[in-house]
Design a protein around this ligand. Structure first.
Ligand code: SME
Length: 163
């Protein structure tokens, strides 16, 4: 397995995802350890897009518990239904928050985060097993293009990596 990530930052966002997702599939294909794979996925996303924070929360009983991430320290437990992550888990749908101040109950792990995307990760039984959380310190960076491609990634994580 190559540990070199190819990034072409001059390309548009769709092209960057098209370049990144096969690399993530290849990067994780030979490894069965979940923490190792989620760690490298966080790093690959962070290296490619330079977001303020990117990482996973893993469903453990009634909480989401902090998993592998890249960025500043973060809250370790989020109850079902709380914050953007808990809402995405409860609603079983992705949530794009262009302005976190306007999302009731948003959990501010960092005051620098201004917008956020949370994508639920489903297992083959369609249960939420994790959330993928992306935080930006800039307005207008995260949009529906990210949601579509991160959902593709989340599908691979839920059905292959976390199977
Ligand atoms: N803002 C999230 C909490 C996680 S941190 O942003 C890393 C939320 O409201 O669920």
């Amino acid at each position: 397995m190559s540990e070199k990530l190819i990034i072409e930052s001059h390309k548009n966002k769709i092209e960057q995802y098209e370049l990144l997702l096969p690399q993530i599939v290849a990067l994780t294909a030979g490894e069965t350890d979940l923490i190792a794979n989620l760690s490298n996925i966080s790093a690959a996303l962070h290296q490619t897009f330079g977001w303020f924070w990117v990482g996973f929360y893993l469903v453990k009983n009634d909480n989401l518990v902090l998993g592998p991430f890249q960025g500043t320290i973060a809250c370790t437990r989020i109850p079902f239904g709380k914050g953007v992550c808990g809402a995405a888990w409860e609603l079983k749908q992705s949530i794009l928050v262009p302005e976190v101040d306007k999302f009731p109950g948003h959990i501010a792990c960092s005051s620098l985060t201004v917008s956020e995307i949370v994508i639920p990760v489903f297992n083959v039984q369609s249960e939420v097993v994790a959330t993928l959380d992306i935080d930006s310190d800039k307005f207008g960076v995260l949009d529906e293009i990210d949601v579509i491609h991160l959902e593709r990634l989340a599908k691979h994580i839920g059905q292959v990596i976390m199977k």
